[in-house]
Design a protein. Sequence first.
Length: 131
Amino acid sequence: MEIVLLTHGEWGAELVKSAELIVGPLKNVKCFPLHPDCPLKEYIRETQAYMEQRKEEEFLLITDIRGGSTFYTAGILSRTEKIRAVSGLSMDMLILADELRQEYSVGEIIPLLIEGTKNKITDMETVLGKE
């Protein structure tokens, strides 16, 4: 399974670099940055062309923000059993997706990602207390 990050700007590529500091090299992760000067139709076309070249692969699309252009793109492209999408990219989600794809199909991975990352936001005061 290939992980495809759809992000506004270079955030996805930088997130991959940061995650690799923790877990080592991430293989089969492709980033598609959306820049202000790139028309949405071109962005969709580029992403789709990349996936069509790898028709035998399963793809997990992860977008940075719900309701944005990257989210819209993932919605258009994820209409097959081999291409699924989830929104809310974080380092936790990327690392977990990399781990889960070793055992699970793209159809099974979405609920596991949601369950595994939904409680990752932490109020540090409740953990560390006040100074």
